[in-house]
Each structure stands twice: as C-alpha cells, then as structure tokens.
Design a protein around this ligand. Sequence first.
Ligand code: HEC
Length: 118
Amino acid sequence: MKVVVSFLKTLTVLGLAASLAACSSESADALADAHPGRATYNAACISCHNPGISGAPRLGDPDAWQPRAAKGRQALVSSTVNGLNGMPAKGMCWQCSDEQLGHAVDYMLDQAGVTAAP
Ligand code: HEC
C-alpha cells in the first residue's frame, strides 16, 4: 500500500511539473504577442462579443465593426464606459479603468482588422 501511495505521489508531482512547464511556456508565448487589451477582453467582454449576444458586434467580424469604427474610437470608448442599449456600462467590469476598457476596444478593432479615427 505504501508503495502505491508513493507511486501516486510521484505521478502527481510529475503531472504538476509537466503542467507547470506547459503553462509557463504558453504564457511566455502569450506575453510575447499579447495585445494590451486582450486580457481585459478575455475577462470581461468575451462572453457577449464572441457569440454576438443581443447583437453585440462579434470579435474578428469586419462587417460588424466597420460601421462602429466609423463613429471614431472616442465614441466607441464612451459607449463602452457608459453603455449602449444591450451593452452594459463598462461591460460590467467595474474594476476596469477607462484606459483598460480603451485597450479592450482597440483589441476588438484590431481583431476585426478595422481602424477608427481617434
Ligand atoms: C452583456 C453583454 C456584453 C458585454 C459583457 C460586453 N458587451 Fe460590448 N456590446 C454588447 C452589445 C449587445 C452591443 C451592441 C449595442 C448596440 O449597438 O445596440 C455592444 C457593443 C459594443 C461596442 C460598440 C459600441 C458602439 O458605439 O457602437 C463596443 C466598442 C463594445 N461593445 C465594447 C465592449 C467591451 C470593451 C467590453 C468588455 C469590457 C464589452 N463590450 C462587454 C454587449 C456586451
């Protein structure tokens, strides 16, 4: 029994080490090319903007983003901060700063391949 337990412990330690190693190389890659708005997007905006809930312009969809981009970046950031119809104020990320929200907007524009006037 003791042997089995220590074998299991070894497996656990090995598994942990392997997943830590995988994790750290992955996050190093992610950090290397991470957009400053990506983490905020993934934490606060993805739930609506990936599936397109209630008409939310979807990530990476130029047709959805082009007419939005035409309003200019400042208008998009203020819709984000103040909310717009089904889009809740701050995307409900109450702890997010306006700067972080702006980066998330930039990330979404970037992913759609569209540019907005300042
Ligand atoms: C609860 C769902 C939901 C969440 C969470 C959410 N959005 Fe939205 N978002 C929407 C919807 C719905 C619209 C479309 C609103 C409209 O035009 O009527 C929208 C529109 C937008 C627009 C376009 C605004 C405009 O003026 O055309 C931007 C920019 C945006 N969201 C950014 C974000 C960012 C950044 C986050 C995360 C911090 C976020 N959203 C989180 C639902 C959401």
